[in-house]
Structure formats: C-alpha cells, structure tokens
Design a protein around this ligand. Sequence first.
Ligand SMILES: Cc1cc2nc3c(=O)[nH]c(=O)nc-3n(C[C@H](O)[C@H](O)[C@H](O)COP(=O)(O)OP(=O)(O)OC[C@H]3O[C@@H](n4cnc5c(N)ncnc54)[C@H](O)[C@@H]3O)c2cc1C
Ligand SMILES: NC(=O)c1ccc[n+]([C@@H]2O[C@H](COP(=O)([O-])OP(=O)(O)OC[C@H]3O[C@@H](n4cnc5c(N)ncnc54)[C@H](O)[C@@H]3O)[C@@H](O)[C@H]2O)c1
Length: 461
Amino acid sequence: MNKNLTFDSIIIGSGQAGNPLAFFLAAQGETVALVEKGKLGGTCVNTGCTPTKTYVASARRAWELTQSKRLGIHTSSTPEIDLKQIWQQKENLIDSTRAGLQQGLEENKQIKVFNGVGKFLQPNLIQVGDDQLEAKKIYINVGTRPRIIPGFENTRYFTNESILELKEIPNHLLIVGGSYVGLEFAQIFKRLGSKVTVLEKGERIIHQEDPDHSQLVQEMLEAEGVQFELHSTCLSGKNWGKSQVKVQIDCHGEKKAVRGSHLLLATGREPNTDLLQLELAKVNTDERGFIRVSEKLETNIKGIFALGDCNGKGAFTHTAFHDFEIIKDHVSGAKKKKIRDRILNYALYIDPPFARAGITKTQALNSNKSYLFAEMPMSQINRAKEKGEMQGKMEVLVEEKSGVIAGAMICGPGADEIIGIFLTAMYGNLHVDVLKNGVFTHPTVTELIPTLLQSLQPLKK
Ligand SMILES: Cc1cc2nc3c(=O)[nH]c(=O)nc-3n(C[C@H](O)[C@H](O)[C@H](O)COP(=O)(O)OP(=O)(O)OC[C@H]3O[C@@H](n4cnc5c(N)ncnc54)[C@H](O)[C@@H]3O)c2cc1C
Ligand SMILES: NC(=O)c1ccc[n+]([C@@H]2O[C@H](COP(=O)([O-])OP(=O)(O)OC[C@H]3O[C@@H](n4cnc5c(N)ncnc54)[C@H](O)[C@@H]3O)[C@@H](O)[C@H]2O)c1
C-alpha cells in the first residue's frame, strides 16, 4: 500500500556521513528517514576499508612467516593459506559492525530506515518502493561504485566487491588499474600465494603522486614479485576457455596480451547519483555526475545537501565524516566549518604503508612560492633497521616564507600513523621549528623528524 510520510529530514544512503548524521539529527529532536538500497554501513564497512584492511592484516602475517628465517626464527613447515577462513574473519568483523549500527538505528525512535532505492519526485519528495517521503531537508550520501571500462563487457571479471567473496586463492590474478584499489589487492593476493600482474594504461602507477614515489612503490611491490605492464593502452578482455581470461594490452604493433585465471577491474569509481532522478529536483551535477555543492555542502537547491564521495570533494572515509561534521556545525549554529579547512591526507595500505599529507613536490615546483625540502631513507632510521623493514623514506616540504609545513610523505613502518605528526603541525599552522626542536621517543621513526628537518634545503627541479 502506498504511504505518504513526512519527516524533518531524509538521508539517502547509509554511508560514512549519513549514519552519524542520522543519529545527530535525531538527538536534536528531528524525525529522520534513512533510505538505503543495499547493506547498512555503505562502502567502507561492507566492501571498502574494513574488509580490505582485514585482508591486508592476513597477507602481512603470511609475508612475515616468509621473512622469519631472516630474523632467526626457523619454522618447520610452509604456511597454509586458508582464504575461506580469512573471508570468514572479515565477514565476522563486518557483521558485528553492521549489527551495532542496525541496533542503534532500531532503538532510536526518531529514526526510520527504509530499504530501497531513493529517487526524487520533487525537490522535497522522495520515492522509495511504494512509499513517498517528504521533508524540508534532504541529505544525499549515495557514494560511488566501481567504474567498468569498455572492452570487458563479455569477460569474467571481479570488482573490489566480488573479489572479496572468493574462497580460493587465484592462480594468476590480472589487475587492470595501478592505483589505490589495484595496488592494495595486488600485494594482498601476491602475499597470499597468487601470481599477480598489474596492467596500467599510464606510464606509471599512482599517477597523482610524485614520479619518484610511483617508482618507489612499484619497486617495493616488484621486490615481492608483483609484475607490472605499464603503457597498457587499448585494453580489452575475453574469456579464454572455461577457466582463463585473456587481456589484450596493446592492439597496435605486436598485439601484446596476457592471460590469467582471474581478472580484477580497479579502474576508478563513478557516483551513484544517476539512480536519484536528480533532474526532477533540478539538482546540478558536474560532467562526471558528482553533485555540485557549496562550502557548506548545499546544492543549487535550497535544503538539499550532498555529503561524502558523491560530491566529488573527497574520496575517503575521513572526508565523508568531515562532511558530516560540517553539516553538524551548521545545524547546531556555529557555522564555522568548511570543506576548504581540511588538508588532503590519506594512506595507501600497501605494506609498509604509503602516507601523504598536503602538497606533492610536483605541486610545489609548479607553484609560485618557494619551498624547502628534506628527505631521509628508512635505511637510516634505527627502528626500521631493527624491524628489518628498510624500504621507503620520509619527505617533507616547508613553505620558505612562513616556515610552515606544506606537505609530507612517509613510506615505511607505521607511516599511516606517523603522518599524523605532520598533519597536527599543519592544522596548528605551527612553525617548523616546533617539530625541529622536539624530542621524541626512542626508538621510533618519529624521533628522526627533527633530524630530517635539520637538513631542509631549497627545493630544486
Ligand atoms: C576497496 C576500497 C578500499 C577503501 N579503503 C579506504 C581506506 O582505507 N581509507 C579510506 O579513508 N577510504 C577508503 N575507501 C574509500 C571509502 O570507502 C569511501 O570514501 C567512503 O565509504 C565514502 O563514504 P560515503 O559516505 O560517501 O558513501 P558510501 O560509504 O559509499 O555509502 C553510500 C551508500 O548509499 C547507498 N545508496 C546509493 N544510492 C542510493 C539510493 N539511490 N538510494 C538509497 N541508497 C543508496 C549505497 O548502497 C551505500 O550504502 C576505500 C574504498 C574502496 C572501494
Ligand atoms: N587506502 C585508501 O584510502 C583507499 C583504498 C582503496 C580505495 N580508495 C578510494 O577508492 C577510490 C578509487 O580507487 P581506484 O584505485 O579504483 O581508482 P583511481 O581513480 O585512483 O585509479 C584508477 C586507475 O585505473 C587506471 N585506469 C583507468 N582507466 C583505465 C583503462 N582504460 N585501462 C587501464 N588502466 C586504467 C588509471 O590510470 C588509474 O591508475 C580512490 O579515489 C580512493 O579514494 C582509498
């Protein structure tokens, strides 16, 4: 039976911004409809951060066993990898996270969850199944999905979602796309026992990073046996017999191709905004379908907001959560928080992690400001030596005039946590001397930050 229901707010998408927002608005006394077409918790919980980092942990443990001899530990047998159990462990973690969320939503009398695809009928009217929901405020948090490139329509392929359902280790995994998703899975499956080949159309992997960083990460993965085919233009796939796939990686000249047992497409994301009938609400998007928003996340239509990956202003869980913080700040009246307050930062969870904050060397060289630069290889850092993990380095960029840190990159043990030291200094607008004069705990990677800063020199091309 059709129902017409009125709420104070409607949230479309149970993602990293939508869930905390539902609880916050409810605590303000609002009635809230939360519309979700799939599983509660969105990408990060179900098919993104949580499952991949669980797999990274298992893969790390498998790799550690192969390294134990070097550290004087002799094991009597080769480790047996049980992907079914790794899968189960990840399922358990996801289930418990989702169960906590579901319980919180069910117990909250102010929130009602609707299962189904939310679509606009008018700027303040949403259709979900047979129900029509009305509210003065609508928050869109619909996230993104894997982008499938042309040429693979009739090929057996996996995405970041379906590959997490495998129960047996692929014999030879081909991965199209040498960026965050592709590289994390490349190392995971190599360490779990697959042969892995990454096919990247560009001249280098992680093309948004500095070229020497692309090189560094490629060399680290190659040292573990991951193979790379760069300049893989003109890609297309086809099934090869019952159990293989063949990917054409150059359709000119020698017509090069590679064959494998499994194929993962990791070629970027596209926004789920096409499901929303945004045209009926006259909400503007950019040419790629991301919703255009102001600094306070409002769309061109008053009362309609877009948060998280679907607004194209961030592509991470922490940026989606910060979008929630911005809305919270505006609803509660402080009205100080803005998108531009945040400093770009993230970690690529290969092991050891590659973490970055602020600008790159390439960006610094292309700007009209002068910068100081310092770097230090992990091979000079005692803690890294003691752990026997000396790949990677630490780098920092300081704006010469202000003496404030503009960018940092750490690739090495604990990099994803240590980058927070630079970020704190950057958020606090601290002069670099504060860190340079600090005394940090021994033996840590962090204790070398003052030494790193003592070697700052003008950044040169
Ligand atoms: C493999 C992988 C690993 C990742 N690892 C990390 C990491 O380590 N660290 C990090 O910071 N980020 C990571 N990310 C990115 C992170 O997952 C996203 O940035 C984050 O989940 C974005 O959250 P969101 O709130 O924008 O939307 P999402 O979490 O994508 O949630 C959107 C929700 O909206 C629902 N929806 C869509 N359309 C509709 C509709 N019309 N009606 C109803 N519901 C709808 C979807 O089903 C989904 O549940 C990873 C991503 C992937 C793919
Ligand atoms: N640790 C993390 O924070 C983390 C981990 C995984 C994913 N993510 C998020 O997921 C998003 C998506 O990651 P992603 O790696 O899928 O996408 P991406 O957009 O970062 O990279 C896509 C890659 O595929 C390549 N590619 C695109 N079209 C191709 C083609 N036709 N042939 C061959 N190669 C092609 C591109 O050159 C690029 O290297 C990221 O923006 C990131 O925010 C974050």
